[in-house]
Design a protein around this ligand. Sequence first.
Ligand SMILES: *Cc1c(COP(=O)(O)O)cnc(C)c1O
Length: 371
Amino acid sequence: MDKMSLVPFLNLKAAYQELSNEIDAAVSRVCGSGWYIGGPEVEQFERSFANYTHSRFCVGVANGLDALTLGLRALEIGVGDEVLVPSNTYIATWLAVSAVGATPVPVEPKLGSFNIEAADMAAYITPRTKAVLPVHLYGMPVDMDAVCVMAKAHDIYVIEDGAQAHGAKVRGKPIGTHGDVVAWSFYPGKNLGALGDGGAITTNDEEIADRVRKLGNYGSSIKYYNDERGANSRLDPIQAAILAVKLKYLDQWNQRRKEVANIYVSAMADLPIQLPRTPAWADAIWHVFVIRSSARNALQEHLRRDGVQTLIHYPLPPHLQRAYRDLNLEKGRLPIAEIYAEQSLSMPIGPHLTLAEVGQVTESVTRFFRQ
Ligand SMILES: *Cc1c(COP(=O)(O)O)cnc(C)c1O
């Protein structure tokens, strides 16, 4: 076989290059403006992103973890409270709950679906449960209609982790305002990514928006007067200006990811692997494209030799991380999260993957199972 070219997992440089004229102009506009914290660029992006997510309010913060943490603080969740979280998420979801002094209570998804479901959450609710924190994992939205009905019945808050879900929809309604507050990350590799760190919350509740803004600004809304012990967590105006450019292309770029995902699904349909399933009501935005195979490690090595970069989301679930050893959730306690960690493999996907590269990936996977 010919020497094949490298298929990158995600080409961030190509994403910059496609928009470099507009991005460079935005950056130099901020540099020349004299506003380096807050100001009109941040306000304008907040308005655009609120509009995009059909939310009344958007508040920029420094990163996705802060968006989650400040969202929880705004809901007054803290010591002694329990928050339901997925067992198979990125650890940031759990860390935010721990950061406010509350306890993450892991809920398992069903095998074959990445996300936790409302019906499975109810069993974990205790008198101390204050909120549920669903994650729209890999860009696949959670059924928020069902979650909100369940949360209302139990009188608990809903805070969503939207870090992987910019533009995802449930029954046509974008992620942004189903729950009480949605936390967003603009980490460079996300579907809407800055050229550095960034984050935001969206909400329809003015009080929550005001509290997050205050908490991210030293607990102050009047300079040098501090109502509470806040943090310094603000969206940088240079990043806001870059995000405002990239937001205009988000739907188009999500569409390109969807085309790649559709090719993967049809080209790999007959192979002995588990492919992601999209419920009829869901618009997924394919932050990553995760397949599952009991031969995962051998498959990853085979792809690597063929020049195909893959990643594992995530190799060790939060409950088995040393950071959470005090919870005493030993191996075997959350078997579905553990199966995902052992069997998941994320294929290259992104708006700049070429059809030739997609073909190279599917051929390599097919050869692994058919040789
Ligand atoms: C990326 C991510 C975060 C954290 O975002 P940062 O901006 O890196 O702090 C939180 N939750 C999930 C599910 C993520 O993927």
